[in-house]
Unconditional design. Structure first.
Length: 74
């Protein structure tokens, strides 16, 4: 404990997060690439259990639109 300095804790930047386009849950920018294939497999398993009349088309990954400086589109 001798190496700790007293004072206010530093403000840390929160990790960048991304929402899964399939389930809507929030994930870290690195773990989303692991999650999406697993989530899609789960979605297919659940969708295949439904009667054919109630089955939905596979969710489509949205296109990423990058905004310019201050949120204005270039």
């Amino acid at each position: 404990m001798d190496n700790l300095t007293p004072g206010r804790p530093r403000a840390t930047k929160p990790s960048p997060t991304v929402y899964c386009y399939i389930c809507g849950r929030q994930f870290g920018s690195k773990s989303i690439d692991i999650h999406v294939p697993q989530c899609l497999n789960k979605w297919h398993a659940e969708n295949d259990k439904l009667p054919k009349a109630q089955r939905r088309p596979e969710p489509v990954k949205p296109q990423i639109i990058k905004a310019g400086w201050f949120g204005f589109f270039s």
